[in-house]
Design a protein around this ligand. Structure first.
Ligand code: ADP
Ligand code: ASP
Ligand code: MG
Length: 409
């Protein structure tokens, strides 16, 4: 049995006409002799609306109920897609996460997939059903509660299903026709890459290029899932996410990624004793704050300061967690200052491993355009900086030009 996984993101199922367009693509793969597992997102904008309702109802909400609410968007589109396919004469059936089941951890809002049952869908395929339309982004915990996999999680549902069902391919249909050197909404000079290595895609995704969820790339790499990003609205070939060995020439910089809504917290007047980092970041981790960059100042007379960044929408939680820890006496500090309107800009490329001077070129390009850098962090194939949000577009364009990314393909 030849199985394909086709994932349609929010803009590809944004209304009934788009659902019909996606269904036609599925129908033609069925006509090619494949059984198809379709993974759908919620209609575009729906998840944001649902998240907004949760936040409006409860500031520090119960994450289990958040999941109960936000998982509903995908349930609607899976049912609608199945109906549309049936109407086109395709034998299709919808599945919610718990029905498959997609078993996950209990980390509500950012659960990880532990196991996928294949029996139920395979049995239906054997009975003659050609298409399983799966609600993306959701699963079920050991406690039997609905979970979600983090924003953009339908990508991960798709790749995990492709791995579990040993699918021939996993095609991610979206509103761009592949992975570009940067978000094509930011600069017209962005070019489509025909291939990108797993490691690079992993870094771009974790640095904010939301075209694929980071976890989906991790799974594709671990289980060697042939993964392609392509457009729902054109027949252009997409971008293949593949192993480094399949790429002839490795770029020093393959892309610029950014994340717009970051916040920065500086805690000062901390007594510099062993264990202080654990005392700060332990409670933040327990509270579910995604701390990204961390900088500790050089201490003067045994007193130091610590700066960290986190997503802007977790700032209230981060500040509350620090203040609670201070009240409980687990950490002592004098002052806590937070800053919003911060953005992170990153350059990524495997060729950096064997190429000196990349960070220098990045800093010079930003300096030339008078973009002030607030915090820097580096890894083997990535350099990231925090800048004021108002400089984001300028910083991305300037790096794209400096590294001549318009010449890539
Ligand atoms: P979907 O709803 O289909 O999952 P997303 O909005 O999650 O789509 O992801 C697609 C979007 O990712 C594109 O519209 C584009 O604006 C953005 N994007 C960011 N960085 C890149 C990149 N390097 N290449 C392509 N798209 C990117
Ligand atoms: N609908 C979810 C989101 O907007 C999951 C997804 O689209 O991948 O984050
Ligand atoms: Mg997405």
């Amino acid at each position: 049995m030849s199985i394909l996984v086709m994932k349609f993101g929010g803009t590809s199922v944004a209304d009934l006409d788009k659902i019909a367009n996606a269904s036609a693509r599925v129908k033609s793969e069925v006509a090619n002799g494949h059984k198809v597992i379709v993974v759908v997102s919620a209609m575009s904008g729906k998840t944001n609306e649902l998240v907004g309702w949760v936040r409006e109802t409860s500031k520090f909400y119960d994450a289990r109920e958040y999941d109960a609410v936000v998982a509903s968007g995908e349930i609607v589109t899976s049912g609608l897609m199945s109906l549309r396919l049936q109407d086109m004469g395709v034998d299709a059936r919808s599945w919610q996460g718990w029905q498959i089941p997609i078993e996950t951890t209990s980390a509500h809002g950012s659960a990880r997939i532990k196991n996928i049952g294949t029996e139920a869908i395979l049995a239906k395929f054997d009975e003659g059903i050609d298409v399983a339309v799966v609600a993306g982004f959701q699963g079920i915990s050991d406690e039997g509660r609905v979970t979600t996999l983090g924003r953009g999680g339908s990508d991960t549902t798709a790749v995990a299903l492709a791995a579990a069902f040993k699918a021939e391919r996993c095609d991610i249909y979206t509103d761009v026709d592949g992975v570009y050197t940067t978000d094509p909404r930011i600069t017209k000079k962005a070019t489509k890459l025909h291939k990108i290595a797993h490691e690079e895609m992993l870094e771009l995704a974790s640095a904010g290029a939301k075209v694929l969820q980071t976890r989906s790339v991790e799974l594709a790499m671990r289980y060697s899932v042939p993964l392609q990003v392509r457009s729902s609205f054109s027949d252009e070939p997409g971008t293949l996410v593949c192993s480094e060995e399949e790429i002839m020439e490795l770029n020093v910089v393959s892309g610029v990624a950014f994340s717009r809504d970051e916040a920065k917290v500086t805690i000062s007047g901390i007594e510099d004793t062993p264990g202080i980092a654990a005392a700060i970041f332990g409670p933040l981790a327990d509270a579910g704050v995604n701390v990204d960059m961390i900088v500790q100042d050089v201490s003067t007379q045994g007193v130091t300061a610590m700066t960290f960044s986190c997503p802007e929408d977790q700032l209230d939680l981060a500040v509350k967690t620090m203040e609670d820890a201070k009240s409980a006496g687990t950490i002592g500090f004098k002052d806590l200052r937070s800053e919003t309107d911060i953005a992170k800009v990153s350059i990524v490329g495997i060729g950096m491993r064997s190429h000196a001077g990349v960070a220098k070129q990045m800093f010079e390009a930003l300096a030339k355009d008078s973009v002030n850098i607030k915090v820097i962090s580096t890894s083997e194939i990535k350099v990231s900086v925090l800048v004021e949000q108002k400089y984001l577009e300028l910083a991305v364009q300037s790096l794209h030009d400096s590294f001549e990314l318009h010449k890539l393909s």
